[in-house]
Design a protein. Sequence first.
Length: 359
Amino acid sequence: MKHYRMGLLITALLFVLSACAMETKQEAQQRLNGGGGTEAGTSNNGEAAACPEAGKLTSIQFYVPSEKDNSISIIDVVSGKPVCKIPVSEAPTTVVFSSTMREAYTANMNSSTVSFINTQTLKVVKEVPVGPMPHGLALSPDNKTLYVAAVADQFIYMVDTKEGKEAGTIDLGAGARTNYLALFGNRLYVSDHENSKVYAINLRTKQVEHTIATGGLPRAVKLSDDGKTLYVPTAKGKTLELYNTDTGALLSKIETVEGAADVVVSEDGTTAWVTSIEGNAVSLIDLNTKKIVKTLTGLTGAKHISYNRQQTRAYVTLSGSDEVVVIDTATKEVIDRIKVGPTPHGIQLKALPGIGGSC
């Protein structure tokens, strides 16, 4: 029985990986011909775009929205080079992927829409209107519901990804503002940058379970892998704050540089990298001693950050320039600068489970 179950598991895994890599003839043709969002083989500025390789599901890539040129830059992780641009609507901010990596979704602040992107053809296939100035995104584990924070009002917008339309809202109350999102199980966490709060929403009831008072101007919120700890960088508070997700109780408040914006935490929970927009810096924090180990300066408008799969590199968007910087997490130094579109905002890794683990 044990061997039989193992055989079924291996068969299922092979099926998932092979199915994720399958293409229709039309998809293959579009990919091989360039597959960009405008004319095949061209980018949104009319230049030749190296898009054929970018459409491969097995490629390990970062998607980087650029606010000023209304595009998503794709960075190949292995080569460390930009390989394509996807035109989207006005002022894209953040990106999330479906679990199969076949679909990407981006929030477009100035057009108040969400773009649905086919990651094989590298084209926008649908534009869905949502609330004013959509910003943060979170996708349900079953890929059916996209949650959208709109910074100009008090609602979380729910988008039905199959139907491609808005499917209701969650009201956080008069005066609330929504910014960034983090999702674990049936609980959604929402930062309120104007009121210095984080809301914990029960997605079964669509109600706020509890509210966490934070330091001034909380920005991106992140969760530990087990969902037990919430990490909140606060820009005006100059802190990285850790909270118990069940009770909302403060666990730690760690001083960091002014303008804290985003955070990534190591798998073992011992270190965190925190970006600072106004401080033009990225700080490494020891979560055991609750002290800054090192601060890298001169990083203009350091906004969002993401690890590679092995956490040997940290990639940071510089909103004050047109670059993504690469930090070697062992040497704690900047080792590369990658040119992308102007005013890069979020950054998200596209990688299938089990593929490209060394990248």
